[in-house]
Write a protein that binds this ligand. Structure first.
Ligand code: MRU
Length: 351
């Protein structure tokens, strides 16, 4: 992704997004003018990727505050609690969404008693949303710094889905170590899983890497094992939607299969994510809610029916990779190696 292309930004009262359903062929900006359109953009995946939906939801909260007719701070806090419920319910797996809405709501509760009325409080919440966006970008660059040394010179990295600039405020999580290694002059090559059924790999990751001049080869998801067996993959780096206390990690459906393959072939399997994706409130992966999406996203490709009409299709959008299959977790505060329980507590809470 070029440095100029932004994923999400605030412009004259609107939450603006580059419509990720139209990429790579068209760059169309969506202007969300209210809570309903922000929620819809998240649900329909015009914006997607855990950190990017977190940033979008933070702006959605600020916008809800600025548009609220509340006459006092207590009424504004009540409106914000409703907005948070609406936004959080759009996509259940990526914890960054609820993390971001909670951060804005907590800020409102903290500043509320001292605020000079609801308008002043709403203005402060917009500043908080700006801060979340800026911090996300900084975290992605730090993930790049920490992760780049893990990629060997001349290395072939395999990635799944899109955990690039489009999935974040910019620069990406899984793509960050690749970007940083490449920027340092290291020759690398990326195998990009197309990522059925939504094709984030083919449509978004391939496009981002191409824009950045990073050598890549697109493969269908079922080619990954073959490439590993032939010794053509040196490491796997993926993003995450939620990493729980023991290190179990939810990410795009198909990630678990890759982790099993990587273990079989003795290939390092890395997860790259900011600490906003770490959820210590859930002890292990069995507690992670898995989003079920429409079966039409499986039976149809670009609006075209590709299966027998009326056939039943399943669409779990995420799976959970057990911690034991993960070599290390790359965060903005450093690389966490097993045992993950103390390591994740340390980076999340400074414990
Ligand atoms: O359904 P999506 O496209 O929102 O899923 C995205 C992923 O699974 C990403 O790998 C994850 O959110 C990390 S993005 C930095």
């Amino acid at each position: 992704m070029s440095e100029e292309l932004r994923t999400v930004w605030w412009e004259q009262g609107a939450v603006c997004l580059v419509d990720q359903k139209r990429l790579p062929h068209e760059q169309v900006v969506v202007r969300c003018e209210g809570l309903e359109s922000v929620a819809s953009a998240i649900k329909t995946m015009q914006v997607r990727g855990a950190p990017a939906i977190g940033c979008t939801a933070a702006y959605g909260m600020a916008q809800a505050a600025l548009q609220s007719p509340a006459a006092d701070v207590a009424a504004l806090l009540a409106d914000l609690a409703v907005a948070k419920d609406v936004l959080d319910s759009q996509r259940p797996t990526a914890v960054n969404l609820a993390w971001a809405t909670e951060r804005v709501l907590a800020k409102a509760r903290q500043l509320g008693p001292e605020a000079d009325g609801p308008r002043a409080l709403a203005a402060a919440l917009l500043e908080e949303a700006h801060a979340i966006l800026a911090e996300d970008l900084a975290m992605c660059h730090a993930i790049g710094d920490h992760g780049a040394p893990l990629i060997p010179a001349g290395g072939h990295v395999l990635t799944h889905c899109n955990a690039g600039g489009l999935a974040t405020a910019g620069y990406g999580t899984a793509l960050a170590p690749m970007r940083s290694a490449f920027a340092q002059g290291r020759a690398i090559h990326v195998w990009v899983d197309e990522t059925r059924p939504f094709l984030q790999g083919a449509r978004l990751t391939a496009w981002e890497l191409q824009q950045s001049g990073i050598p890549l080869t697109l493969i269908t998801d079922n080619m990954a094992g073959f490439m590993m067996q032939r010794g053509r993959v040196d490491c796997v780096i993926v993003g995450a939607d939620r990493i729980v206390a023991n290190g179990d990690t939810a990410n795009k459906i198909g990630t678990y299969s890759l982790a099993v393959l990587a273990r079989y072939h003795g290939i390092p399997f890395y997860v790259a994510a900011p600490t906003s994706t770490v959820d210590l409130s859930i002890p292990d992966g069995s507690g992670i809610p898995i989003e079920e999406r429409s079966s039409e996203e499986v039976t149809h490709l670009a609006g075209q029916l590709i299966a027998p009409a009326g056939v039943q299709a399943a669409h779990p959008a995420f799976d959970v990779t057990p911690a034991e299959l993960i070599t290390a977790i790359i965060t903005e505060r450093g690389v966490v190696e097993p045992p993950f329980v103390p390591g994740l507590r340390r980076v999340k809470e400074g414990a």
